[in-house]
Design a protein around this ligand. Sequence first.
Ligand code: HEC
Length: 164
Amino acid sequence: MLKLLFAVPPLLFIALLAQTAAAPSAQTAAFAQTAAPEPAAASEPAAPAEPATAPEPAVTPAGPVPDTNPVKPTAESQARAAATYKIDCSMCHGADGNGKGDLVADMGLKMQDLRVPATLQGMSDKDLYILIHDGKGKMPAEGDRAKPDDVWNLVILIRSFAKK
Ligand code: HEC
């Protein structure tokens, strides 16, 4: 399914190249919509309609990610992670990870409690890195707002919510 989202930007790019001379964006979009399901149907017949209806995907692929967390946290790096969490995460996940941030009701989010060990148990550090970097569903991508080391520190920080 994610593969489909990744397939859309290159197609849009190709569409733009094909219509460099005064291309109204509506035409470009129409082209992208007709073009998108093609490779999708070939590789993943399960959901051919998805890319056509999805707006700009919130996903920005992380690129190669090491399997294990390469970061040794320090008091300073964790303080920085806590500051980032407060700004970029707490409005949904809650200040202490309880899943009761201010935006939850407005956005109609279904949140899990990060303080409960089971919430993150099935996810590796690498899974969490990719999730935070790329975003998922209604969760926005941290993308390149945070440096790789800072994302790893966020992984360590959110795991610590369950240990308190
Ligand atoms: C706009 C609200 C929003 C923001 C901001 C947000 N998240 Fe999320 N987060 C979600 C939602 C919704 C899910 C469930 C996604 C899904 O499974 O479709 C989620 C899932 C997660 C998960 C997987 C476990 C779980 O609770 O489902 C982790 C870990 C996580 N977010 C961490 C973070 C971190 C770290 C940040 C800040 C860098 C962040 N999130 C910012 C909404 C948000």
